[in-house]
Design a protein around this ligand. Sequence first.
Ligand SMILES: [Zn+2]
Length: 602
Amino acid sequence: MPEIKIVPLGAGQDVGRSCIIVSLGGKNIMLDCGMHMGFNDERRFPYFGYITGGMSTLTEHIDCVIISHFHLDHCGALPYMSEMVGFEGPIYMTHPTKAICPILLEDYRKITVDRKGETDFFTSQMIKDCMKKVVAVNLHQTIHVDDELEIKAYYAGHVLGAAMFYMKVGSDSVLYTGDYNMTPDRHLGAAWVDKCRPSLLITESTYATTIRDSKRCRERDFLKKVHERIEDGGKVLIPVFALGRAQELCILLESYWDRMNLKVPIYFSTGLTNKATEYYKLFITWTNQKIKNTFVERNMFDFKHIKGFNRAYIENPGPMVVFATPGMLHGGLSLEIFKKWCTNEKNMIIMPGYCVAGTVGNKILSGMRKIELKPGQVVEIKMQVQYMSFSAHADAKGIMQLIRMCEPENVMLVHGEAVKMEFLASKINKELHLPCFKPANGETVTITTNPPITVDASMKLLSKHRQVAGTTPNPKRIKTIHGTVLIKGNSMQLMDQEEAMEELDIPKHELRFTSTVQVPNIHHTVATAELMQHLKKSLKSHNVSSTTDGSILIDSVLLRVQSSDDEEQKSVNVLVSWSLHDEDLGTNIMDLLKVGLPVRTS
Ligand SMILES: [Zn+2]
């Protein structure tokens, strides 16, 4: 039996450091190559030694690498993997991901090496060399990695360029979602995949237990909170990723400021922002229809109220709203601003997305009010902390919707927390009756797949079926055909029962039921004739005839009146025999006879 083997090196019962190794039809594929924001030591990267055993390069073990989108928890370890551990094979990603990924990698490198002073990290040159190995793909384009392995990208929403990847070797296939969302937002569309029926669906499960309230409610809530703070003279900090939610929230605030005629400044930390806007312009086909339409008249990303941020503004008095990167407060400008503003209860921080364990963002969201921001320096957080899930991941409803959309044979949950996965896995078991796996990092799951079996159908059977069904077969409508399967050597043929018996030269066996019933008020000498008459009247749609030996035949049902020596007897015994396929008629006749014949009036 063919098998698919899967082992997560990262994102197994965890969020961050996504890296899943899939072995499919003899091919080994690495799905994502991310870093963990919660760690600063070797745990930030997947443990590639698991594959190489520390002895060789990855090239001989891995046929290709697929990157789902540009978030660092999905691509942050890529230059380390390809240039430092060593991988010469192809790396696949979409065009927008290929354009944006190196910028974020360089930004990440700068923070780590230049600011934190770490050595033993990948260099700018390594990022460039790594990107040379990247093959950019279009949506729905079938890519032949080699003679046997083919891959195809589908739109995932989430962030610009995010894709789900379908991969196939022979009859076995896997669909990997990366991060996705099933509802369109202000700047991107919803994920979509065709009914590709993969042997296995590997889906993210960040919001496995959440059914989120309507988007409109969340947006109204967000605007209300921001407005209240600035009216009170406070400052609002919104830590964001450079691309994605940032653009969405900017569009939201921009139109609100317009509508309410607000003058309080909104800033966006510069640098990546301008480039980000360029990318949205460049890859406008990846955004949603509304943006595509308005783009013709006005660039939705040219903001009137939102200005670039300067470090000097941190100390400015008075209210302001600031979007700053990075999103999880694990370093950079957002953390710097947070340190300055967190001790004032008038201020507020709004966390618009998920924060992985170990980050400052995660600490304040879990309710910690005293945080050691520098060794030996504990700060009391007085500013208000709000969590508003704007992050574009599918919720439980969306995940179930995607499963129904692609109809997989097995489901695997990654990129989520173990307890939440447990809840969703049992829901998938119960509602969709599908096996659901949730391996931890380093744990191998083996899935046995059922290879398809080809059976030739005989012309006789098909034409007989067509006569019954009437119409020409519709490939979209599955119909059941009954027949007999004959196995000859390596081939199998489905044929009509009669045909099969002829082919094998075997006689047909018939199963018959035989029973005796006592019919009251009738004399045996006239019984056959009277029964004949009565049955002809009662069973008008059937052919009632007599046989040469004096029995009555109705279809396959045979009746014979048993003679009696007792001339005085007022009832007769009738033997009734019928074949299996006339069971209804047989029992019907038995019931008729038990009641007896109607009393004659003449
Ligand atoms: Zn993501």
